[in-house]
Design a protein around this ligand. Sequence first.
Ligand code: ADP
Ligand code: MG
Length: 700
Amino acid sequence: MPTSLDTKIEFLKGVGPAKAQALNTELGIFTVADLLSHYPFRHEDRSQIMAVAELKNFVDIGVQLVGKIIPEGLTGQGPGRRFTAAFRDATGELDLVWFQGAQWIEKYLKPNETYLLYGKVNDFKGKLSIVHPELEVLTADFQPSSLGLVPVYPLTESLKRKRVDSKMLAQLTKMVVGQSDFAIGENLPQEICKKFQFPSRTDALRMLHAPKNVASLETAKKRLKFEELFYLQLRHLQLKGNRNRTYKGVIFDQVGKHFNEFYQNHLPFELTNAQKRVIKEIRQDVRTGKQMNRLLQGDVGSGKTMVATLCMLLALDNGFQACMMAPTEILATQHYFSVSESLLPLGLRVELLTGSTTKKRRKELLEANASGEIDILIGTHALLEEDVAFQNLGFVVIDEQHRFGVAQRARLWKKGKVLPHILVMTATPIPRTLAMTVYGDLDVSIIDELPKGRKPIKTVHRNEAMRTSVMDFIKDEIARGRQIYYVFPLIDDSPKLELKSLMSGYDMVTEFLPPPDFKYSLLHGKMKPSEKDSEMSKFKNGATDIMIATTVIEVGVNVPNASVMVIENAERFGLSQLHQLRGRVGRGAEQSYCILITGHKLSENGKKRIQTMVRTNDGFEIAQVDLDLRGPGELDGTKQSGILDLKLADIRQDEAILIAARHEAVNWLEKDEMLMLPESEPIRYELSKTPNRTIWSKIS
Ligand code: ADP
Ligand code: MG
């Protein structure tokens, strides 16, 4: 029966209504075209037949063998119960093991047949075995090369139960792409295909689903990865283009009295070159009439707040209000204090609005804000409430954006008559490739320089047995007038147990450093905001020596006199979290230290994280290691994006392809922004076929 791309899969040989139904619901595969866009995630090399004698060097690897099977029978009890058999070829013997389906296997195995076997080799104390091998009776005309590279497809458990397996999908796709008239629409412009010497889409799919050899498989993958990344970038760029066409940004064309007065007379320090450069980039942006959407990345302590402050002054100078939103009350309060302190000489009205602002006060603030009396409003999520209105909001700063969801940021847009410029700041640097992928529609500024005179933080790893010496060190530092952060993780990530874990931590520390000789602040997530404030300010004022805390202090807290950060159970923290925590120290002129305490036994991954922290202070390097260890989907702020569920491309390994794809997408839209040219036909075809995916940064 001839098949076209629109053919329903139930009409393919060997599929039938039940399996088709399963493929519909489980994988969204309805037609032949859907089937072909369900890519294999790896290929098994079935072109080789190995000998049992050479398997020693292939432990944990899938191998193919030919030989006879001698069933042995059932052994063991309970869950350990299994069926075993011996597999023998001319060179030796190994065990086959089945934990399930013993009855069926027993009936199926024939001692006189020759089998083709595929499976992963296990080595248990020198004894080799294969669990649940794939078996097939060898036919007389069998040739190993006829199998070649076999695609392995992602499947769900439910599909496997319905006997839809990878082998079946491989047979189906092979049949489809093997048809002489098989052809699928081209979705890359000829010019691009030519430039990169890509095969046609038809050939690429043929080479992916039924590859002849490794080289052609690689060629196919390169093209399909490019295709995937090209469209991701194109969509980012289109989004940005649409936004720029649809929305006019407010124009800040003057640098006025507030900015100049502050810059010339009240700046508490000289800006770093990186800070100056970023301010310049932003000024360039906001005077063009386009609406700015900029991501500001800068390592902890790089001075993002001052950049934000200067930008807000720019807004005021042009007759607009500004606001600044932070993810936690502590942070919002701290921003409020530092911004209002810096701006004190200018006589501006800076206010704080959080969840714990009293009703009466809130009402006053809202009125003043709506009438434009407030120049800069700083706060938490409370700023997003329906009734918070501005007279003319022109500039929004969002600190530590990864904690804000999409919908929340969307609400900020509606606050004013015009669309404000948006500056999103993050101290969790993300590698360039990830930034391009997740924030491809945002402009990015980077502060890659710390203020002068900062001494790099010394980081050490200590295990629990060395705690006494850690405590002695802390004592010395306190005697020298310094302050200490002492951080405990949440037990089982349970906020309920937070207090308990903190109190037992407190007991442990006070045993070494007893009050009242040593004075303590205590901070945890379950405290009332007013209590948090008072604990925080005691520490900030130097009334206490040691701040015992959970990760509530993770982001942004600034106490320059604190010089030691001790982190207990450091292996439980993620890399970016450790880096954030460490960033709480090293903010003054003193040498600062970060002490990571762990148990003796560390997982490989845990060890790498600790080693990375000890080795480097560079947030970008740490972010790269984090990406390598965890994979892109696990990084802060990317989970919700849904952008990273790429089918073939891996931004960790395919950076070169990503950069090329971005470059081509930029060039193409520069040449044909509206995609009207005849040579843009393949692009129009692709875009019409696949609806736009939601891109979370769309609305920031
Ligand atoms: P982050 O980028 O982590 O938000 P902050 O804005 O909190 O960093 O700045 C960290 C500290 O560095 C603050 O105490 C701030 O006043 C100080 N600072 C910022 N810029 C400079 C500079 N150019 N020179 C000296 N100190 C600076
Ligand atoms: Mg900050």
